[in-house]
Design a protein around this ligand. Structure first.
Ligand code: AMP
Length: 548
């Protein structure tokens, strides 16, 4: 017997319509280049989204057309987040930090027809335009056209949408239709396009908001620091209006001082970003002896969150850190460490191992781990294997790729993890980053976290270097905190108090900076090349005493 409920499609346009009806007066605040903060309400935003939808339609954008963006987190980008999928087209958010050749490759792979971009990216767009034959219209997200440009068919956003009506009737279509496109940051080979659907985006937003996930409500002022070009800013541009949250968009200024100013001036209660950005926020607050007055909760993810960061935010700044795990292919929310305060098992003091894990799967997501032979491993908190995932917002394929990435209906993540009996998942490594020493695995994440527990270490990255006896040994790159003269012998001695002796790195090298990728993660392939070039891969060097 079938249920007798209406079969209404889950569409992104419904999120904004809901926000207008229920939270029409709630404010959106946005950085606007170097101008003063821009402010409007969801009601006013929706009217501009309607204008953009009319303008796009008139420009021939229809169901399935790919519209690309190259923009920071600001209000015009937010408008595109609704207008483009709302009319059935696909929003392809591109990362401006990528190499121009890679960017052009993605625009061609996606066959983007229209590109909306921030004025600061004009030189970049001019450089790639001759290599992108599918692009037929360019829109600079500004009030006027630049004085000079080599781009034909360039429009200014404000002049363009200003000519259109501020009412629009949102079409209804199959909720499985594509809504968004984001390329994986893939370190080898070409990046692959992950195609989200309206259904996946809406379901993801609903679950993301749960108390046991981000816990969003209309009492929150949300600051998405995670870029809108990286996995849809973790879904916050959809989840915030859905829950009536006030939304604050930080633009391009993501240094600690600028973020702190915005958090304070706009009374932000909730924010989300990658640990490297939060490191600069913490350093700013420590240096100036300040802490946030209203921000009480933050979600960090994208790479492992060191225990010290969780402790510092909780103890020094009274901010709860919820660590989340996900990927471009998982929309991104897969798991989150969001246990209630009364759950003693999840408190850093009593069980740091659990409290610093990547947490439990959110509703809708299932996890498993498998050994190299594909056999399932027990959820005993000990057995390590490749993390498998499935659920309604997990990718089942890639754009323009025939081959399906699924194994028996599960997506193989390339991450190595353990899962304990109560469902807590802990990432120990990427498969390619695991250090295999004497047949045993050393978790580069745990080693880095142990090093970052030293008060003078800002950031650490561990790689494996070849060794004649043990196959591989760990080698650690360390970025000291400003003013520190920490040496390798002292750090090694500190590490022996926190990790097994055989985990202590063969070499420790202090660096002035660590190479960060376009999404703020340490690029270990560059460190491996550097180690190779400086001879650290040679057996003798690997035996060398720690250097400083
Ligand atoms: P991306 O697709 O660029 O978002 O990268 C996804 C990858 O980032 C995952 O497969 C993990 O390797 C890593 N990652 C994301 N969140 C975490 C986390 N909380 N802890 C450890 N690694 C993470």
């Amino acid at each position: 017997m079938q249920g007798m409920m209406m079969d209404r499609p889950l569409l992104i346009s419904a999120i904004l319509q809901h926000a207008v009806r229920s939270y029409g007066e709630v404010e959106v605040v946005s950085r606007d280049g170097d101008r003063p903060l821009f402010r409007y309400t969801y009601g006013a935003m929706a009217r501009r989204v309607n204008r953009l939808a009319n303008a796009l339609r008139d420009a021939g954008v229809s169901a399935g057309t790919r519209v690309a963006t190259l923009a920071w987190n600001d209000y015009r980008h937010l408008e595109a987040y609704y207008a483009v999928p709302g009319i059935g087209a696909v929003l392809h958010t591109c990362n401006p930090r990528l190499h121009p050749a890679q960017l052009a490759w993605m625009l061609n792979d996606a066959e983007d027809s229209v590109l909306l971009f921030d004025p600061a990216f004009l030189p970049l767009v001019e450089a790639i335009a001759p290599h992108c034959p599918h692009l037929r219209k360019y829109v600079v997200l500004d009030t006027a056209l630049p004085e000079r440009t080599t781009l034909a068919n360039l429009l200014s956003y404000e002049q363009w949408i200003g000519e259109y009506n501020e009412t629009f009737a949102w079409p209804e279509f199959d909720e499985r239709q594509a809504s968004g496109l984001c390329y994986t940051s893939g370190t080898t080979g070409n990046p692959k396009g992950v195609l989200y659907s309206h259904r996946s985006a809406v379901l993801h937003s609903l679950v993301l908001s749960n108390a046991q996930a981000l816990g969003l409500s209309s009492a929150d002022t949300v600051l998405p620091v995670v870029p809108m070009f990286h996995v849809n800013a973790w879904g916050l541009p959809y989840a915030a209006p859905l829950n009536g949250c006030r939304l604050v968009l930080p633009g391009a200024r993501l240094d600690g001082a600028s973020l702190f100013d915005l958090i304070e001036s706009e009374k932000v209660t909730f924010s989300a970003g990658v640990p490297t950005v939060w490191l600069s926020l913490a350093q700013h607050m420590e240096k100036h002896g300040v802490s946030p007055t209203t921000m009480r909760r933050t979600v960090l993810g994208g790479s492992a969150v060191p225990e010290t960061m969780i402790r510092t935010f909780a103890e020094a700044f009274d901010v709860e850190v919820r660590q989340a795990w996900g990927m471009t292919e998982t929309s991104p929310l897969g798991t989150i460490m969001a246990r209630p305060a009364h759950d003693a098992n999840a408190c850093v003091e009593s069980n740091a191992h659990v409290a610093t894990s990547q947490g439990h799967a959110v509703f809708g997501v299932e996890l498993a781990i498998a050994g190299p032979d594909g056999k399932r491993l027990p959820h005993d908190g000990q057995s390590q294997g490749e993390l498998l995932i499935r659920g309604p917002w997990i990718a089942s394929g890639y754009l323009n790729h025939e081959a399906k990435p699924l194994i028996d209906g599960w997506f193989a993540t390339g991450d190595v993890a353990t899962i304990d009996a109560s469902g807590n998942m802990r990432i120990t490594d990427r498969i390619k980053d695991v250090i295999k020493s004497g047949g045993e695995w050393i978790s580069s994440i745990d080693l880095e976290s142990a090093a970052m527990a030293h008060p003078e270490v800002a950031l650490a990255a561990a790689i494996g270097v070849p060794h004649p006896k043990w196959a591989e040994r760990p080698y650690l790159y360390v970025l000291r905190r400003p003013g520190s003269s920490l040496d390798a012998t002292t750090l090694s001695a500190f590490l022996t108090t926190r990790i097994a002796k055989w985990w202590v790195p063969e070499g420790i090298e202090f660096v002035d900076e660590l190479p960060l990728g376009a999404t703020g993660k340490v690029q270990k392939q560059i460190l491996r090349q550097r180690a190779h070039a400086t001879g650290e891969t040679d057996a003798d060097a690997a035996h060398a005493v720690a250097r400083s």
